[in-house]
Design a protein around this ligand. Sequence first.
Ligand SMILES: *Cc1c(COP(=O)(O)O)cnc(C)c1O
Length: 381
Amino acid sequence: MIPFNIPAITGKETDYIKEAIALNHLSGDGIFTKKCSDWFESRLHVKRALMTTSCTHSLEMCAILADIGDGDEVIMPSFTFVSTANAFVLRGAKVVFVDIDPLTMNMDLKEVVRAITSKTKAIIPVHYAGNSCDMDKLMNIAEHYNLLVIEDAAQAIMSEYHNKPLGTIGHLGCISFHETKNLNCGEGGALLINDSRFIDRAEIIREKGTNRSKFYRGEVDKYSWVDIGSSYLMSELNAAFLYAQLINAETITYNRINNWNLYHELFHEYSLNDYIELPMIPTYNKPNGHMYYIKTTHLVERTELIQYLRANGVYSVFHYVPLHSSPLGRKYGFFSGEDQYTTRESERILRLPLFYGMSANDVKYISEMVNRYYKFVRSTS
Ligand SMILES: *Cc1c(COP(=O)(O)O)cnc(C)c1O
């Protein structure tokens, strides 16, 4: 059986967790949390990186930082994970969903421009599969209309747009360390602050609305409740685990990209691109091998292929029921423009197993099974 995902483990995780235990500091903002933030600040040149409990919580912090209130509108793709929308709905926002470009599965920027109104506060690009939205274009649009850009870079660690790491280009960026992501600590996240006017307030929101961080740095002589907030700090145990992954970020990413490339080559060799659509990486994007997906002709074929793979020991999965057609999406949002691609493409996409340490033989076996399905099994009726 080849599972869809196995969380990455580098070997150092337990040593670092033992070190954290020996230091008698297990709550947030100890030595390992500092090491993780420093990694982002020195390696990715982020102004300030705050380690959080999840990407979902980083997005919630962004909604507070953006002062989202009742009736404000935020623009995002409908083809995304629920957290992208939930974080803003929790603050009273109306979510304006826009269509995707079928080639990249990312938000169509022409539709973004059309969706902007006097109530729009922020645009939330999602870098699907770790592939970048066209960030120069998007930042120009945002600047022209005076809007915030909050990158949902949950899947995008180590990916770059024109040599800039994803998550470091918008005013704010959110990263996930959920076990299904390239680098993980079970559950965890980071808030990347690229516009320094948000730094002080973000520290307060993350510390339950108190100015405790300033107190620990000796900048105030007592700490107090000064803003709304919650407990968004990553525990030291998770930070210790995560640090082992961050210092191996290149190795993990390189390994995933190799397997991604192998899938891609094999599907070309089998001429499977006559039957299915293969992913396309935009030229401005340096990818991170987060996900290998293919697109079947339609939903029925996809269901049949998932079953065929399962019967042959391979777990593949589909992705995202579009948010605008879900019960809560209908209640708190609406689709701007025409749903030309979101529903159609979401019914065709199929994700194949891809994880750190996956063997080339597994990739070969899976590709061969997909090949057999198309050449010998598929019902063409
Ligand atoms: C995984 C993911 C999230 C949520 O991340 P968590 O760390 O699990 O909260 C949000 N958005 C996208 C696009 C994701 O893929």
